[in-house]
Design a protein around this ligand. Structure first.
Ligand code: SF4
Length: 410
């Protein structure tokens, strides 16, 4: 099989993995004439999932031959899909060639399980090692770790890759058992713990060689089993706390050809995935605890009509209005419409003067969304609005208008 055909098959086979953003790595570049590539800059190569999401990087599998039979995966052993396998040298050459042509910013490499977990991990590591050691490649490398691989192989992966990720796959252990019988939740957790131990060790010792400077991440498939958003959010909170993951990626399940009867026939709505990302950001950057985000939902699901921060504010009107000139940063972060940057700008601006409505307008904040929840001289918050009217008007503002072509000159 020629290289182009292999690339078609193995890039297509990799598109279901959403965990390939290149954020958070250490700065490294080839300025000064040594080496090649850098971890900075824009992603150049994009792959598209069937539902239209744009996913960056040269994102390929080493092979889509796999001895496992995960029911949700198009590459499972029982699937009737075209198969291919790159050699280590082929992946190295493709990466260097694409990098040199400015097509990509780095490599995201995963694989089906070839012979066993350790052998597969060894092959993935060999690609990264060859790029780094033989070719002095300084671009971004994300290796997907095979959960059952030995601690030695995981240690090697972190030595050469910017980021290493072990996929959690499904939020509940019972679902993992049912849909991915060869995988084991305990082994996945142990691999995450091993990676965390190495990352912590090198961070505590600044002179030690870097280990996965972009940290570790994972991916959770949303909508392949009956897990609620509450289960997923709580699982993510545990992962961030226990293994200090840099990111949890949420990938809306999309049906695959000849799929098992145990799987849904329809894709999970992308808006569900989007709300989970918003909830995730609230936990990581806005000081929300996981239980606050979804506290009163009877069915354990996030509201698809409004973002989870606005939903929390509408449930907790007793917290508002807050005084925009006196509130702490933590309180300001709870105000719908205020992001981390706008809060920093408000805090900086109020050192010099009392904040008024024109200041909020100057900061280009979504005024209609912010005003009901804040107070300042000359502004009475919209407390008079009854509960339904406030919720309805903000919901309409958040997404009620019909999509349409924006005017170039308006
Ligand atoms: S291990 Fe499971 S998820 Fe990974 S490629 Fe094989 S069948 Fe797919």
């Amino acid at each position: 099989m020629d290289l182009k055909r292999k690339l078609e098959i193995l890039a297509d086979a990799a598109k279901y993995d959403a965990s390939c953003a290149s954020s958070g790595s250490a700065k490294r570049n080839s300025l000064g004439g040594r080496g090649m590539g850098s971890t900075e800059g824009m992603g150049i190569c994009h792959s598209y999932a069937p539902d239209g999401r744009c996913i960056s990087l040269l994102k390929i599998l080493l092979t889509n031959f796999c001895i496992y039979d995960c029911l949700y995966c198009v590459n499972r052993v029982s699937s009737n899909t075209p198969r291919a396998r790159f050699t280590v040298e082929e992946v190295v050459r493709l990466t260097l060639d694409f990098y040199a042509r400015n097509y990509i910013e780095g490599l995201f490499l995963s694989s089906g399980i070839i012979r066993d977990a350790d052998y597969t991990m060894e092959q993935l590591v060999l690609v990264a090692k060859t790029l780094r050691v033989v070719h002095d490649f300084r671009g971004y490398i994300h290796l997907k770790a095979i959960a059952d691989a030995s601690t030695d192989q995981l240690a090697q992966a972190g030595k050469y890759a910017d980021r290493v990720s072990v996929n959690l796959e499904l939020p509940q252990e019972t679902s993992l058992k049912a849909l991915a019988p060869e995988k084991d939740a305990l082994t996945i957790k142990q691999s995450m713990a091993t990676l965390r131990a190495h990352i912590d060790e090198t961070r505590a010792e600044p002179k030690a060689p870097k280990f996965a400077p972009g940290g570790q991440s994972t991916q959770v498939i949303v909508g392949a089993d009956d897990s609620t958003d509450r289960t997923i959010i709580e699982k993510s909170a545990t992962l961030y706390g226990s293994y200090r993951l840099r990111r949890v990626y949420y990938s809306a399940f999309s049906p695959i050809p000849d799929s098992s009867k145990h799987l849904p026939l329809k894709s999970a709505p992308l808006i569900r995935e989007h709300r989970l990302y918003q909830a995730d950001w609230l936990m990581r950057f806005y000081g929300f605890a996981s239980h606050e985000i979804i506290e009163s939902s009877a069915d354990g699901m996030l509201d698809l009509d409004v973002d989870p921060k606005l939903a929390w504010a509408l449930r907790h009107r007793e917290f508002f209005p807050i005084d925009i000139n006196r509130a702490t940063r933590e309180e300001l972060l709870r105000v719908p419409g205020l992001g981390t940057r706008s809060v920093s700008r408000i805090v900086a601006a109020r050192r010099n003067r009392r904040i008024r409505e024109e200041d909020l307008r100057r900061l280009r904040l979504p005024i209609k969304r912010v005003l009901p929840f804040v107070k300042f001289a000359g502004h009475q918050s919209h407390r008079a609005l009854d509960a339904d009217a406030l919720a309805a008007s903000l919901k309409a503002d958040a997404g009620g208008s019909k999509p349409g072509q924006l005017a170039l000159f308006s």
